[in-house]
Structures are given as structure tokens and as C-alpha cells.
Design a protein around this ligand. Sequence first.
Ligand SMILES: Cc1cc2nc3c(=O)[nH]c(=O)nc-3n(C[C@H](O)[C@H](O)[C@H](O)COP(=O)(O)O)c2cc1C
Length: 390
Amino acid sequence: MGNIALINRRNFLKGSAIIGSVVVAGGFWRAAENGVFSTGKGPAYTAWETSPNGLDGLVNAALLAANAHNAQPWLFKLGNSSIELKADTGRNLGPVDPYLREMYISLGCALENLIIAAKENGYSPIITYFPDQQDINYIAKIDLTTMKPLHMELYDAIPKRHMNRGPYDTTRDITQEIIVSLMNLNIDNSEVKLFMFDSQQDKLKIGQAMIEATQTLISDKEQIGVDPKWTRQSWQDIEKYKDGITTDAQGLPTLTRMIAKILPPLSPEQNNQFWLNTLKNKHVATAAAFGFVTVRDPQDYLQVVKAGQLWQRLHLWATTKGLGMQIMNQLSERRDREVSLNLTPVFGEKLREILGTSEWHSIIQFRMGYPTIEALPSPRRPVKDVLVSI
Ligand SMILES: Cc1cc2nc3c(=O)[nH]c(=O)nc-3n(C[C@H](O)[C@H](O)[C@H](O)COP(=O)(O)O)c2cc1C
């Protein structure tokens, strides 16, 4: 993802007195309009709280999945005992995702939630990937027969999983036991592989590469220009579009978050600068470990969808253990940009160096650690908005 509209306005924060004076100064209405008092509530958030019956319930679980820029690039078609998962290519991220890999990852995330919810609800899911060779937007057909419900901890984590962009606790390491458990969530190592990095040396190298990739992304007008389209700074837009990246999702302390919502929106340039500062001082500086999800062949969309499934499983599992995670994909976004424009492969090379191999290609980079701030939900379009009949 590119800039995520970081509105960390600690600079403006001189204590809670400011909230009082802003509200008194007539900011109350702006506060109400911008949802200062409505965090996580309203029609854009109902999907997190409901679990409809039958196949609708499985779609509801699917659409709570992680997805790039919260663009929600999915459509579902219901049969009597099957669900078809399709890509909504109109929701693509343009120069941020020139090969649509982040779109296919996002669809893999949704598929994984759907599978977990199916088992919980007494359906045995049989997945046919890319059932129509002529249609690469038809990701999977999920045939459902009945079975004894299978409860999994991962199911309980579906509505609790949120990207955590706050600072992580720098006094707590990621144990080897956790790393082994994460590795074991990858059922098949032949096409998709997880690499974990927790040594100081690796963390410094990866952090530095991420900072440089972000600086380069910000200076690429076309690539960074995608962000405003998926940034929702007003409550009105959140309720209307029910997608995109919000102030609530930034992992800010409560008071800072409230002030950020009351004050007028920042310009894109200010947003970019705040993003870079936060990435350096918070995201990179407090990461307890980094992880890279890789595939053998990034051209192979089946592998990319499976990588999305693995990421979703990792994040759900982490949620059950009280761990925070955040995807930080600037390195692979820059690598793909370099290839698409035939540029010198600076970040492609850095990614290869970090992995120490040319056999695996990272399509997801993330940080993890123990959160110090609770992550909040992002908006979602409800089931009825993502069903298609043809
Ligand atoms: C392929 C992919 C790339 C992403 N890239 C980033 C990123 O670079 N930075 C970031 O903060 N979040 C990133 N995200 C997280 C999404 O923004 C997040 O999943 C979405 O906004 C929905 O929020 P939620 O996961 O909390 O429900 C990415 C997610 C996916 C699946």
C-alpha cells in the first residue's frame, strides 16, 4: 500500500484541553460530522457485528478479510450449495499494483475466511481454483456439502482481526515457538513459503529498505496519486463508500485520533510526510519481527491466491495470541513498478538480497509485535452490495 493518510497530529496536541477548546469553538458539529463519537459504528461497520444465516453468513465472513487499500475487490455469486468468488477488477489499484497481485492476494484472504466460516457452519468446502480457463477473474468455485460443524479458534478471530498500525511493545520479543507456529500454518511449502526475520541485523536492513522504498514511492507522483482515491477522511465518505483507509485505522492514541478527525484534512503532501515519519519512528522502529510471504512464481495467480490464504491464516492466528501485524508492501510495490516501467531494479534487488535467493519472490512483507494500542475496524460493504446474480 502507498500512503495511508496518516493523520498523526501529535504536533497539534497540547493535551486534552485542546479537545475542549476545539469543541467549544464550534468544532462540535465538525466532530459529530466526522464521526469522532461514532468510531466503528454505523452502516459501514455492521458487517463486523452480524453473522447472517446460511451462505450469506459465509460471504459476510469472507468480506471481513484483509485486502489491499481496503478496496474490497470481490464479488460473490450464490448457488443452491455453492459460492463463486470473482474479482471486481474495477477496484484495482492501478500503478500501485500493475500486475494485480495485491488484488489476487486480497481475494485469497477472502477465500480463506470463507473456508473457515464454512467449516464452522457445518459445510465441507470443496475448492476449484480458476474453474474457467477463459476467465481469470473467476477465482474459485466453492462447493458446499454438509458435515459436522468444525469449530476453529481462527473462526472466532475473524471479526477481531484488524491491521494494527500502532507502535508495538519494544520490550517483548517474538519467541522461536511463535515463529515455528507461524511456519506450521503453511500447509504446503512447495509453492508458497514464509520467511521470518527477527535478528537485530535483519530488522535494521529490512527497516532501512522499507523506508527507502516509501521515500521513492512518495516521490513517484503517479504511484502515490492512487492513495487519495482510497482515503476516507470524512464520516460522510465512510458511510457512503464503506471502503478505503480511515483515520480510525491508523493506530493513533485515542485523543490524537479525535483531534485528527476534528481538524481540517491534511493536504496529500502533509499526509505523505506524516506517513514517512510514522513509518520510520513507529512502524519500523517498534517491529519485533518482519515476515515475508513468498511464492515461487509471482506470474502464477494460483500461487498468489494461495499466498493470500496463508497471510489471512497467519493474521487470524496472531489475533488469537494477542499479537499485532501490519502488511507493509512498499518494497514489492516498488519492485513491480520498476518492472512495469523498465526501471533499474533497485528494490527488486533489495528484496532478493534480503531473502538470499532468487527462487522465492516476496509478494507480502509485514511486521509483527505485541500491540500497545488496540486496532479498530475498517469499513466494509455489506453482503448485499457484493452479491452478483450473473
Ligand atoms: C495485498 C495487501 C497489501 C497491503 N498493503 C498494506 C500496506 O502497505 N500498508 C498498510 O498499512 N496496510 C496494508 N494492507 C492492509 C490493508 O490496508 C487492510 O487489510 C485493509 O485496509 C482492511 O483493514 P483490516 O485488515 O484492518 O480489516 C495490505 C493488505 C493486503 C491484503
